[in-house]
Design a protein around this ligand. Sequence first.
Ligand code: S5P
Length: 265
Amino acid sequence: MASEVWGERWSDSTSDIARKYMEVATRKQSLVCLAADRNTMSGLSDLISEVGPYIAALKTHVDLVDDWSPEAWSDFCKAAEEADLLIFEDRKFADIGKISRSHMAGIYDIRSWADLVTSHLISGPDVVDGLQAGWQDVGRSGGVLLLAQMSSRGNLLNPDYTDQVVNKGREHPGVFGFIGNGSRPEELSELRKKVGSEKMIWTPGVNLSTGDGEMGQRYGDPREAVLAGSDCIIVGSGIHRAENPGESAKKYASASWNALIERES
Ligand code: S5P
């Protein structure tokens, strides 16, 4: 049961969506969010059918799909729902509140299908209210993951900026949690100390083969990320570029799940 496995993350959580995530992750014994970075609808659909059982959430970049259409996307979201997955649009919002609210609508209508979105806090805390207003406009609710750290080399999110994001984000009920740097366990442990136990930390920059990736991406080990305080490993190419994505997803699922058990026992 989720309440037994997740320890204080469960007991201290005040977010329905975080609890939903912990339940899905427990049912599937997987703390994996697949970064579904493929640029065709058929490539995306293949991925869901291959890896759906082994992941707990699906992260999209809706605007990189070449043959996107509202109908095809709606079918894709339905498939994700049937596969018992949270849908997470990695839009990295950063504008003022009222424009962010409008960005939730528009062609892609993110507010109508995403359970989670990412946002920078560079424009100030109103961006979170804008995103929450976006969901309210269609009678839905959702959670915002604030970028507190990044996995890419040379990024400008220095420790002082991270502290400010965490201090503001911790207090906001619309903030589901934070994006942390999965490639550096020591930075992640620091982030966990600052965040405390209530909010989620989700981490990209994770791969079973660690080291430098393409164009400045950096990778750390999934087990180490979870032990350092990550609640969800965001894995892209480690799964979708593998020869057998299903088999690969299973490996990430068991590495992350075993690490959670080890962390909480
Ligand atoms: O700091 C970050 C934040 C994010 S959300 N670094 C990242 O890599 N990401 C996202 O995680 C990125 O947009 C991509 O979709 C995914 C990592 O993919 P991978 O192929 O490198 O595992």
